[in-house]
Design a protein around this ligand. Structure first.
Ligand code: A2P
Length: 344
């Protein structure tokens, strides 16, 4: 059945990608509504050759809407997602507002698609209807790690991220471009979004710092993974993370060290990754050719390489790997649309 779809945050980096992905995947759309702030009301966007006018998001925006894709930040989701559900829509929310809430499924379709059905969420079943899209770094990490987890069980993982500008939205991408130009022209750099110079630099992730010395992004990766893997206290994979912003436009990279419950050889790991949906390998040691953020940019798959036995161990229970994934696509819009596809 074709659905009436609303996009909240339609003018943003992820909102625009929603349109691209919905078009490419021929998502069955009857009517489409583009919503953003009052600042954008009246702007136009084309979708499948038709021109649509952006409307201001209000509490009346969701009449007759079956599916609402939200990517306008946590406070907008907190306020308007319940209103959309009340109006009878299913919400797929890209913000962090509901990710850890009880009863709200947190879904990577390649990892835990069953969570949507278990929560009783269906189109046209009003009242229960928010599905959360995980954090981009969590999604990209799990795309690489979950196929190995299924084979050998991950006991502990140590992850360092190299995160792109896009995670902080369209304005952050513009800031990186502008600063790069300013540096090359010998001008002082303009700083609006980030507290540090971003061009030709890198810095610890700009999310809130917690008293234990971890920032919010790092803790999201830990807690969201436990929820997605359905791991309860006492039976959780040990995870530690360091998140860093690097001057890359739209794909995140992550270095991952894994300790397994069972032995797993390099060959077994590569076979598992080769067989995994949404994963491609770039793993050519002879050519020293491994994934880069540019390989992953504008692509649906996450690219994995550097797959190697951890030489700090004497057994076959440790592996290192490197993954790159498009933050706007698999990290956000594509994953959300794949969740929506579970409903049709
Ligand atoms: P707008 O362009 O009108 O500000 P990004 O993540 O790329 O920064 O995009 C954020 C998205 O969220 C944009 O589409 C933006 O719309 C939207 N947004 C921000 N604030 C509001 C608001 N108060 N009401 C509705 N949409 C909003």
């Amino acid at each position: 059945q074709a659905l009436n779809v609303a996009i909240v945050g339609a003018t943003g980096a992820v909102g625009q990608e929603f349109l691209q992905v919905l078009d490419e995947r021929q998502f069955p759309i009857a009517e489409l509504k583009l919503l953003a702030s009052a600042r954008s009301a009246g702007k136009t966007t084309t979708f499948k050759g038709k021109t649509y006018t952006v409307e201001e998001l209000t509490k009346d925006s969701f009449k007759n809407v079956d599916l609402a894709l939200f990517s306008a930040g946590g406070s907008i989701s907190k306020k308007f997602a319940p209103i959309a559900v009340e109006s009878g829509a299913v919400v797929v929310d890209n913000s962090s507002a509901f990710r850890m809430a009880d009863g709200i499924p947190l879904v990577v379709p390649e990892v835990n698609p069953e969570a949507v059905k278990e929560a009783g969420i269906k189109i046209g079943n009003p009242g229960v209807g928010i599905i959360a899209n995980p954090n981009c770094s969590t999604i990209i990490m799990l795309m690489a790690v979950n196929p190995l987890h299924k084979v050998a069980g991950v006991k502990r993982m140590v992850v360092s991220t190299y995160q792109a500008a896009s995670g902080a939205g369209a304005a952050a991408m513009a800031e990186l471009e502008q600063q790069s130009r300013e540096v090359l022209e010998g001008k002082p750099v303009t700083m609006d979004i980030f507290p540090f110079q971003y061009a030709f630099n890198l810095f610890s992730h700009n999310s809130d710092m917690k008293p234990n010395g971890y920032n919010q992004e790092e803790l999201k990766m830990v807690h969201e993974t436990h929820k997605i893997w359905n791991q309860v206290n006492g039976d959780q994979t040990a995870i530690t993370t360091t998140c860093v912003r690097v001057p890359v436009m739209r794909a995140h990279a992550e270095s991952i060290n894994l300790e397994f419950e069972k032995s797993i050889t390099e060959e077994e790991a590569i076979a598992a990754l080769e067989g995994a949906a949404g994963v491609s390998l770039i793993n050519d040691r002879e050519a020293n050719r491994f994934p880069t953020p540019l390989d992953a940019s504008f692509k649906d798959d996450c690219y994995v390489g550097r797959v190697r036995r951890d030489i700090s161990r004497s057994d076959n229970k440790g592996l290192d790997l490197f993954v790159c994934g498009d933050q706007i696509r698999k990290g956000a819009a594509l994953n959300a649309v794949q969740i929506a596809e579970l409903l049709v």
